[in-house]
Write a protein that binds this ligand. Structure first.
Ligand code: NDP
Ligand code: MG
Length: 384
């Protein structure tokens, strides 16, 4: 049995990972689970999977859980220290990073330092600190296996032959606002964005998917994971979400990975790798399916090109873009700002920033904090 821990077990990726654990019984064993505030779901998960350690980011939620799990002997911790404790718990082979946002950075680094493999869903960590994360993994020979469906596809197509690959194409569903007019986008609300056509995901990534910032984050994620230059990473809109991404090799041959749009496939692959376990989930039937591919509309979805620009400039700029985006997305979710404000605010914060080298954790965390405070200040000024 492979021992694993899940950071963010109550979320969309976290609950689907636990479903994979259930379906592949005797293959995976849970050592630690973490969540933010949802102690009720955590109690059920802890009783079912019997981890050694459960962590709530929120201290009050941890206190509630201590009472409700008093009969179990499960250790309960809280805060960022607790998250790090869960990431480095002895004997764990793989840590599934399924928290949303940059909060995943310190636990990910702590796990990598101990040589633990990462099944990486938490793309914001790689966007904010790609150089540092990849260097830390290289130092301890830890593997980072992507969970994100596009990156899982690229990982599978490359199959260790990175030097034979010329370029990659990430596919994008286009999100819930694909083909909307500028006027419609101006009126777009969080409620409408949360109706994603193909994937059921957490609120933050659903908004990112609606603005195409998600694809921008994924371009930067792909740059760090596979070492392609930004010129070698392309994006195509593929509304059916069946071709998860593809690689063009030096001999002009293209290998694509396909499957049902169900995150449990790439999650299971990240946990079974280098093996392939039999899937309990629905299989793709291509008969009668039409697959279409088109160029993204950069005018309607300016975040994608903007992310390329920030990625190319590098240093601390992607960390600023990510932090500003996190704050603005939360403001959009609360209907404090509108669709085009998201872009204008993130761009403004990035333009104010003097990029520095991003090879030290302290520099990245300071920059992240500055970008969050500045974004919040701009939002407050705007809605005054
Ligand atoms: P969710 O919002 O559904 O879940 C987030 C998880 O993290 C929950 O367990 C939540 O706990 C916990 N959490 C939230 N805030 C904090 C915090 N401040 N500190 C500690 N824990 C916290 O997100 P998703 O599962 O959708 O996404 C997780 C990551 O995976 C993201 O980086 C996303 O980009 C990536 N991803 C997601 C995909 C998807 O299909 N959902 C696809 C590809 C990548 P609580 O429930 O208590 O709030
Ligand atoms: Mg993805």
């Amino acid at each position: 049995m492979k021992p694993i821990s899940i950071l963010g077990s109550t979320g969309s990726i976290g609950t689907q990972t636990l479903d994979v654990v259930r379906k592949t019984k005797d293959s995976l064993h849970i050592k630690a689970l973490t969540a933010g505030t949802n102690f009720r779901l955590m109690e059920r998960q802890a009783r079912e999977f019997q981890p050694e350690l459960v962590v709530m980011m929120d201290e009050n939620a941890a206190r509630q859980l201590k009472i409700s799990l008093a009969d179990t002997g499960i250790k309960i911790s809280w805060g960022i220290e607790g998250l790090i404790e869960a990431a480095v718990i002895p004997e764990t082979d793989t840590v599934v990073t399924a928290v949303s946002g940059r909060i995943g950075l310190e636990p990910t680094l702590a796990a990598l330092k101990q040589g633990k493999n990462i099944a990486l869903a938490n793309k914001e960590t790689l966007v904010a600190a790609g150089e540092l994360v990849m260097r830390t993994a290289a130092e301890t020979n830890a593997e980072i296996i992507p969970v994100d469906s596009e990156h899982s596809a690229i990982f599978q197509c490359l199959n260790g032959k990175r030097e034979e690959a010329a370029n990659i194409t990430l596919t994008a569903s286009g999100g819930p606002f694909l083909n909307w007019t500028r006027e419609e986008l101006r009126q777009a609300t969080a409620e409408k964005a949360l109706k994603h056509p193909n994937w059921k995901m957490g609120a933050k990534i659903t908004i990112d998917s609606a603005t195409m910032m998600n694809k921008g984050l994924e371009v930067i994620e792909a740059h760090w994971l596979f070492g392609f230059s930004y010129e070698e990473i392309k994006v195509l809109i593929h509304p059916q979400s069946i071709v998860h991404s593809f690689v063009e090799f030096n001999d002009a041959s293209i290998l694509a990975q396909m499957g049902e749009p169900d995150m449990r496939h790439p999650i299971q692959y990240a946990l079974s790798y280098p093996q392939r376990w039999t899937s309990a989930y629905s299989r793709l039937n291509l008969a009668g399916k039409t697959l279409t591919f088109s160029e993204p509309d950069h005018k309607m979805f300016p975040f994608l090109e903007f992310a390329y620009t920030c990625g190319k400039k590098g240093g601390t700029l992607p960390a600023v873009m990510n932090a500003a985006n996190e704050v603005c997305v939360h403001a959009f979710l609360k209907n404090r700002i509108k669709y085009f404000d998201l872009f204008n605010l993130v761009e403004k914060v990035c333009l104010e920033h003097q990029a520095q080298k991003a090879d030290q954790l302290a520099v990245i965390l300071d920059t992240d904090l500055w970008a969050r405070e500045r974004s919040e200040e701009l939002i407050c000024n705007m809605i005054k």
